[in-house]
Design a binder for this molecule. Structure first.
Ligand SMILES: NC(=O)c1ccc[n+]([C@@H]2O[C@H](COP(=O)([O-])OP(=O)(O)OC[C@H]3O[C@@H](n4cnc5c(N)ncnc54)[C@H](O)[C@@H]3O)[C@@H](O)[C@H]2O)c1
Ligand SMILES: O=C(O)C(=O)C[C@@H](O)[C@H](O)[C@H](O)COP(=O)(O)O
Ligand SMILES: [Zn+2]
Length: 368
């Protein structure tokens, strides 16, 4: 079983990737579960698919779950649910030294992690990511957040989990659309700094999505290790290194805001389209060849992810879409910050993009 260490200074933790981890949850978590009742935050879909396995595992250790079951979907990352989760944890008399468990996709992980960061000024939490996206990205690195009407992830905290259990069995119950959305964050790692991994994705992406276990294990372990290397060097996104993980997200978050953080466009789908737009924008600036940008779009489209912003049918101008970017957390002294590419694997951070330039680009993309 691959075990990837995340070397956060003073607070290292493991990401375990393998089969049967949810069925062995109590054993894997071990002494972290100090009390007979274990607080677990999840959503309705995940509870239906995996709740019984968790209950059975806890029972073998003489424990039971105090379930907090939320609705599924991006709109769950809200103030109202945060309050409900925190109040629920307080009612359970959770102490600082206790661990709460996030069982679900990135929505549950982000919300639970944020609740853990503030409960008693910070209690422990274990990430049990059940979506591909959560296994390859959101469960690792400690970014937690909710959305607000002003934008995506605008209120949150950096709070690292103490353990991550990425069970490959969970991917067997995940719908294909969600698998593909998570795959966008996998491809992202190749686009950031590893052209060979992007080529691996081109060769193996479809097999991985269709259920190839070895390919899934490789993709999850590779992605976690790639993210862990970056986060260990720039936990709080201060040096510009961690910002590389935001490739595709400046465009992507604007598209998510424009579609109302709804099922109309999943986060991973927005990132996929955002990576295509970042590549096309980079090509427009002469940073990469149009053929390379087309290669990125072709792979995204080949796995059924959106690669053309016109396919969303947005009734919005380039300027309106670009305006969302002023809320981006990378904005510094009012200047936009973008991840652009000098070719596949050549992502870099730049602050020389103006709102006018990106508006003009988006107008061209929307009008075709
Ligand atoms: N913190 C970070 O570093 C980070 C990184 C990337 C994304 N994110 C956030 O993650 C969120 C997206 O995460 P997501 O794509 O996992 O979405 P999600 O949590 O909404 O899960 C996707 C859907 O799949 C269902 N599901 C999850 N696991 C399942 C399983 N094993 N079987 C059946 N159904 C299952 C869920 O109920 C949901 O309907 C976004 O809010 C995004 O902003 C955070
Ligand atoms: O971990 C990071 O750093 C990332 O940027 C990973 C992203 O995939 C993720 O969507 C993250 O939540 C976006 O961060 P934000 O700071 O732009 O909200
Ligand atoms: Zn993301």
């Amino acid at each position: 079983m691959p075990i990837i260490p995340v070397d956060i200074a003073g607070r290292p933790y493991e990401v375990r990737v393998g089969a049967g981890l949810i069925a062995r949850l109590a054993e894997e978590a071990g002494a972290r579960l100090r009390k007979p009742v274990v607080p677990i935050i999840t959503d309705v879909n995940v509870h239906k698919a995996w709740g019984a396995a968790v209950d059975a595992s806890l029972a073998t250790a003489g424990k039971s779950a105090a379930w907090h079951i939320l609705p599924a979907g991006e709109s769950t990352k809200s103030w109202a649910n945060l309050v409900a989760v925190v109040d629920g944890l307080l009612a359970l008399e959770v102490e600082r030294g206790d661990h709460i468990i996030a069982l679900g996709g990135g929505v549950i992980g982000d919300l639970t992690g944020f609740a853990a960061s503030m409960l008693k000024r910070g209690c422990h939490f274990i990430q049990v990511p059940t979506s591909l996206l959560a296994q390859v990205d959101s469960s690792v690195g400690g970014k937690t957040a909710i959305n607000t009407p002003a934008g995506k992830n605008l209120v949150g905290a950096f709070h690292q989990p103490s353990l991550v259990l990425a069970d490959l069995d969970a991917l067997d119950t995940l719908p294909r659309r969600e698998l593909a959305a998570g795959y966008a964050e996998v491809v992202k790692y190749g686009l950031i700094n590893d052209p060979e991994f992007f080529a691996w994705c081109e060769a193996n992406g479809e097999a991985m999505l269709s259920g190839d276990r070895a390919a899934r294990e490789y993709a999850v372990a590779y992605s976690v290790a790639a993210k862990a290397r970056i986060v260990a060097q720039d936990e709080f996104e201060t040096t510009g290194l961690r910002a590389l993980l935001n490739l595709g997200h400046t465009f992507g978050h604007a598209l998510e805001a424009e579609t109302g953080f709804s099922d109309r466009l999943l986060h991973g789908e927005a990132v996929a389209l955002g990576c295509v737009l970042a590549a096309r924008f980079s090509a427009r600036r002469g940073l990469m060849g149009a053929d390379e940008a087309a290669r990125v779009a072709a792979h995204i489209a080949a796995v059924g992810l959106p690669a053309d912003v016109r396919s969303l049918g947005l009734n919005v101008s380039g300027a309106q879409l670009a305006a969302h970017m002023l809320h981006d957390k990378k904005v510094d002294a009012g200047r936009l910050a973008f991840l652009l590419m000098r070719g596949i694997g050549g992502t870099f951070l730049t602050k020389d993009v103006t709102l006018e330039e990106v508006s003009a680009f988006l107008t061209e993309e929307l009008e075709g």
